[in-house]
Design a protein around this ligand. Structure first.
Ligand code: FPP
Length: 261
């Protein structure tokens, strides 16, 4: 757990100690608002402001990909008023922030079943993806109406269809076959998963992709999770030894550790 006011010095870290891909569950907007006698909507707005700060710090630290869980497949079960406010917030954020993100070299991508969204939101999503498609400074993946089980189910459907059509044989199926049908087959798997807000669970986020990800849980509510909190998470990551099933002696002897399929 992080101590928000601890000073962190990451200057001494090597490139391989910085996570290439960070996946974040931004939890705690509602509680942040409640503590201030504000509406939950204002809590989510404060959450969006912190997205900018954290992205900026990720860019400075050399993180290549950030994936944010903005709306889960299960979030439709929230009160209708809150769901509507979140949809409006997504639209206004994309309308207002795409240009600024574009200028900073951020590429925007979305994962999840966008067909459930209204036409306005769907077209904002497509427009922001198209506008930023050639940017290379940082990739921001926004998971909306996303669920890890949905992702795996969609991949399974695609594969089953190919088998049905005779394009793929069951004997040839491998882990790679599944990975190639998941949400972002071309991006590195998350190295670091962060969940703010004190809960210690994955909540149906990137279930397959998180298999070897380092997990970091923070008590800090998302609207308070600033650049220093992010640095603390990166520092914790840098102190971990990723073994992928090998022993620490093998790792100390210099064994490189890609996940063997
Ligand atoms: C969880 O906090 C937060 C959400 C379900 C929404 C998160 C969305 C944003 C911060 C907006 C991001 C938008 C873009 C376009 C990147 P909670 O409401 O569950 O908090 P609680 O547990 O304190 O009630």
């Amino acid at each position: 757990m992080d101590q928000k006011n601890d000073k962190v010095d990451l200057e001494c870290l090597g490139n391989d100690e910085i996570p290439r891909h960070i996946a974040i569950v931004m939890d705690g907007n509602g509680r942040w608002a409640k503590k201030r006698f504000l509406s939950r909507t204002l809590g989510h707005q404060a959450g969006v402001r912190m997205v900018h700060k954290v992205l900026e710090r990720c860019g400075q630290r050399g993180v290549e990909v950030v994936t944010l869980f903005a709306f889960s497949s299960e979030n439709w079960h929230r009160p209708q008023e809150e769901v509507s406010a979140l949809m409006s917030l997504f639209v206004s954020t994309l309308e207002q922030q795409t240009e600024a993100l574009h200028e900073k070299g951020v590429r925007l991508r979305f994962i999840g079943d966008r067909s459930a969204f209204n036409r306005k939101l769907q077209s904002e999503i497509v427009a922001s993806e198209q506008k930023t498609r050639d940017n290379t400074h940082l990739t921001l993946v926004i998971a909306v109406n996303y669920g890890g089980r949905w992702d795996i189910l969609e991949a399974t459907r695609m594969i089953a269809r190919k088998v049905e059509q005779g394009k793929l044989s069951v004997a040839d199926l491998s882990q790679e076959t599944i990975e190639n049908q998941l949400a972002f087959p071309d991006l590195p798997e998350p190295d670091l998963f962060i969940r703010t807000g004190g809960e210690v669970r994955i909540s149906n986020f990137l279930l397959w992709q998180l298999a070897y990800t380092e997990l970091y849980f923070s008590d800090t509510l998302w609207p308070d999770f600033d650049g220093n909190c992010l640095d603390l998470a990166i520092e914790a990551y840098a102190g971990r030894q990723r073994r992928y099933g090998r022993t620490s002696v093998q790792i100390a002897a210099g064994a490189k550790v890609p996940v063997a399929l």
